[in-house]
Structures are given as structure tokens and as C-alpha cells.
Design a protein around this ligand. Sequence first.
Ligand code: DGJ
Length: 749
Amino acid sequence: MLKTFTGPALLTAAAPLLAAALLPASLAAQSAMAHFDASSKVFRLDAANTTYAFGINSRGELQQVYWGGRLGASDTPPTPTPRREWASFDSTYTNTPQEYGGWGAGLFNEPALKVTFADGNRDLVLHYQSHTETPSGLDVVLKDISRNVLVTLHYFIDEHTGILGRSATIENRESAPITIEQAAAATLVLPAGNYTLNYLTGRWAGEFTLNQEPIRHGARVLESRRGTTGHQANPWFAIQSAASDEDHGEVWFGALAWSGSWRTTIEQDQLDAVRVTSGYNPFDFGYVLHPNEKLETPVLYAGYSAHGLGGASRLLHAFELRNVLPRTQKTASSPTPRPRPVIYNSWEATEFHVSEAGQIALAEKAAALGIDRFVMDDGWFGQRKTDNAGLGDWYVNQEKFPHGLKPLIDRVHALGMDFGLWVEPEMVNPDSDLYRKHPDWVLNFPGRPRTEQRQQLVLNLARPDVRDYVLGFLDKLLNENDIAFLKWDYNRNWAEPGWDQLPAAEQKKVYVAFIQNLYSILAELRKRHPNVEIESCSGGGGRVDLGILRYTDEVWPSDNTDPFDRLTIQDGFTYAYTPQIMMAWVTDSPHWLNKRTTSLAYRMLSSMQGSLGIGANIDKWTPDDAALAKRLIAAYHEVQPTIVQGDLYRLISPRNGSEFSATQTVNAAKSQSVVFAFIHSTQEGRGFPLLKLKGLDPDAQYALTPIEGKAAADSPTTASGAFWMNHGLALHDDFRGDFQAAAFRLDRK
Ligand code: DGJ
């Protein structure tokens, strides 16, 4: 029997009820196919170009049997059959590709779930018990062979992209507590083969570096132990088959929707199969589940592309746009969120030295450039003169804004822009009224030093009183001021993660409860202020993941705004995340970080690859600078939906010291395309390579219009999609030198 099911399972992770309020209406109409074949005992999920299949083997275990390109409707996936022992040194339980393996029965590879029972038993062997169809897909219930521990595996498949959502709910129906030491969203298995692993790592000001390496025997662990997503690794992976590249071949990819400590383990087992297990980081984990309590894991989203890494990221971008990112009330019915307003942000211009007159002066200049949103950054509250003081005291600094924020906000509105404000809600400086009043509110181990980073401590958001305080002051701020946007910052990681209000055995719950409360605050704020938009910033890209992106409209990928460095950061970013959320500011030259000097046109085009902002000290701009920026902002506005929501093709990567880089985006109707080309430094007189475009309609005619720079003197101005894709776009012979940039649009005639 083939069944159609509808709706989202993507919100079954932490805080599901609050999250459900944010569902895009478009999800209600989604459908995909779920099928259980009672004779072979195989569950099959089919959508777009993907089939995922698993079944109940003769021992009652849930076993994965297939994940890849879509199978024919009448095809029968392999019958789940337990793998045999290779030798006496291992177990059939280990060799069998468990769909969600409990640690027990001699499981030697990464378990999905590991628990300790009150009597010291640590053996957990999960067998199929039942399944139900849900509005969003399938729930399959597993139970331990003797104990009353139930695990419900949730499955969702997206009809547009074939992306699967997987998570688990663990329930204790024993009469005594159990401690969960490890809990994954899912395990995914690929058959024996040669694969390449792609993953993103970095550091502050150097996020989203793409790493590519062969998968070898043993385990590669990607993780954060920092209480947050982290700059150092991002919870995304892509596994390529041997014959795959940017445009061709098979790729299996995934992204964990969690903003706390996380871990993804990619292991090639002794029989060469590859298993990916992703979920809560088991390091320092210990979640006590009392009788009748449940723990939900985050969701792992996983997809398959037959069109290389480029195809994988296009699927993920489309999925994020349609299924993950929130909508405001105004855009609730549109299938994708609106493109981001072009912003001005004052941080690099003024740092903490904000004032009513200074911000108004900047706002006037920004409005004249065609900016949509004016954002005041750090420094407006409490005794915030440097980063030594003030976090926690979310009242307007009277010296800097004697009449409150209203005069500034009114002026910004009168100039035709909306207003955004910086906050860092989860933090406190020891030098603050809040800390003086509530020193017990921070993460700490009593009697131990409290490690400061940037002179700040982390409020324990897991505490209900802290959660209420944070929600309360943000709600008040939004009630009392006409604020359209919050830049939500988070500028340190955890140390001493104690929660001393709970019994010692329960304190490790902080890893889950903190993030659940963060999500619930964001959800509640969005409910109470349905048109307010939010950016996730963490000293740049320290908190970018599909968990926070259910509640935030955009992210700040890096504090590094050097336009050349940004090309590589942005390239890496797009493997996992859509350009829609990739905020990119044009800042001053020479750049504060690298001392590199670049032209304004180069800086503008680098930022125009994503969601454009201006973060320079525009007080110092010449009339020529302002005129150029104004022209390019207007040109950007015209093609922005194609750039940020179109299909992205990374034509030439800036990685590995490349002299050149180029990207192209094509809108869904194939009626418009935008091309960016950058030169790092031409060597030995080499000209820019012919850019063979992609994704166009070969039979349509496209007119080429420069946004900045020139095509070759003999390039046609109008030609077929076939011409631009097969012959290619030739750039002008003068396009040479250091840090050069050009951009073009193609419009179907
Ligand atoms: C870190 C952010 O990434 C910056 O953009 C800026 O907002 C500072 N924090 C302000 O303290």
C-alpha cells in the first residue's frame, strides 16, 4: 500500500510546541511517499530523486537497507538480513547496519544510544515494536529486549528535495531513573566503498574552511564541546563517492539541527561500510530520565545528490529556504522568506562609541545610499563603554541617549529605513548591576574560579528564573521601541558548566535544557512580535546551524570582513547554508585584520555574493564612493532574489590559493542569472578563464548586462543559454591585476 503523508517533522526536536507556531504554511501542502511492505518488513521513503529504506530483520532489529537515487516504484529493496560475524572477535550485531543501535550485545562501533540503568545494567538492545504513520511521516517504536525503555524514531522526507529528517524520542517506562550517556538523532550507513569526506572547520575570523579527505578505517570525529555550535567545526558533512566532484557523482550529506555541544562520528568499519552517527555530544553528557520522562534528540537532516557537491548544496539551500527558515507574519504564506533588507551596521565605524547624534549622522548617510535597515550595534546600554562592563543591564545608557532610543528610531523611520538593535542576551559582565544582584545566575561550579572570556560570564539559561528574565527584558525592549530586527550575539563559549540548583547527578542536563530554553525564548519572542527578524551572531559564525535557523532569519558568518578572505569563507559557507542568510558587509580599506587594500567595487561585489550590508565608516566616504555604492546597491536590489535564492553554481573555487574565483546563480524560472568573477592576483599575464555558465535554458536567449566590469570586446550581448553554457562568457582582456572584481546579469529575452 502506498501512502501519502504531509507536514513537517522538522520541528520534532527540542521545544516542539513552541516551534510549531512558526511553521510556514507551505509545509502543510507538502507530501511524499511512505510505504511499509508487510511481507518483506521493509519501510521505504521516497521523494524527489531519493529513496531511503530500512526494515526489520529476522532478529527484530531495525536495519538500513538502502539510501540513494530513487528506485522504481515496483522495485523491492533488499530484505534486511543480519550480517554474519567475520570472526570470533566481533559480533553480528556490530556488522549489521543498525538503524539506531543501542550499546549492548557486543556493539563495537558508535552506538546511537547508551544508557545506564539504576541497577548498574548498561546493556541495551533495541528491537522493533510497532510503527505508526504520522502527519509528517513515520514513527517507528523500538524497545529494549527486556527493559521498559522505548525509543521512537521519527522520519520525515521532503517532497521537493528528498531530504530526510530523523530524530528520536527516548522514554523511560522503568520504575527507576536511567541515565542517558549518549543519544544520537540517527545513524546513517553507506555500503562498503571508497569515499571522500567533506567537512567545515575554522576559528574566529576564519570560519567555514572546507576540508576534503579520504574516509579511512577508524573514526573521524567532528564535534563541539563548547556548549554551542562553535567556530571550530560546523555540524555539516558531505560524503562523496569516488567518482564525484563539484558537478557530478553521488553525494550523501547531512546537517544536525542543534546549537549546543554536538558530535558527528564518521567511521569506516572493518568491512568497509561507512556509518555516520550524529547527535548530542556524549562528552560530559549524562541526562537523568526519571520514570515516564522523555528526551527528544535534535533532528539530523540528510540528503542525497547525484549531481556532486554543487547539487548537494543546491538541495540543502532549497530545503532551508522552504522548510527551515522562519517567516514573519507578513510573509507567512510565501514559500520562501523575503530577501534580507540591505543593512547598514555601525559596529566597525563606531565600536562602543555610539551616541544619538553620531548614529543619526550615519543613518542620514546610509539612507542616501539606498539602505533599507539601520542597525545600531554594541554600546547603547548599561555602563557599556568597552567590553568590560554592562552586559546584563539592558536599559538605555542615558549619557549616550538622553531621550532614550526614540529620537534615533524616529529619525531612521523618517529616512525610510527600519531599525535594528544589537543584544547579547545570554551573557553578563561581572561589572554589571545584574551580576551584582544575581551572582548565582551564571554557569559555575561553586567554590571554583569563574573563567571569563571577553570579561564576561554565561548566564545559566537552563534556570527557569534566568529564562524568564531574558525573555522579559527582550519582550520589554520590543514593546517599548519600534524595533524590526535584533542582532543576537553570543561572544564566548562555556567553562565550568555547573547548575548547582539541581542534585549533582542531574546537573549535566544543562547541555540540553540551556538550548531548549534558548529556542523557546526565540520562539516566544517571534510569537509575541511576529514581524521582528533576528540574526544569529556569535562573534561571527560561532552559532550557525539548522537548529538556530528555525528561529533566526540570517546569520553573521564571520567578524572577518576582509573582502578577499570573505570569498573563501563564503565559498565554504555555501556548502552547507543558503546565501539568503549569509550577511556580508562592505567595510573600510585597508582592512583592520589583514591591512589589505582593496577597491570599493571589489568590496561591494564580494559582499553582493550574499545578503549585502554596509559596515564601513561612511562618514569618511568621498562623493565618488557614495555614488558607486548607491549605484551598486540599486543594481543589487534588482537581482537580489536571484543571488540569494537562486540555484548556486560555484564555477571556480577561491580555495587552495586560486588566482581566480567565480560563482553563478540562476533563478527557479531560469529567466535570470547573476555571475560574479574575482581575481586574487593575475600571474604571468594569464587572463581570466572562460566562464562556462550552468543551469540556463539552452534554447532561451539571454541578454548580458554588466553590473560592474566588462565582457570581452567580441562577446555577444545576447546569445542562447547553449552559447553561454557551451562556449562560455569571456571577460575583457583588461580584467587583470590584484583584487579585481566583475559582475554580470543575464536576462531571458
Ligand atoms: C561580535 C560581533 O560579531 C560583531 O559584529 C559585533 O557585534 C561585536 N560582537 C560587538 O561586541
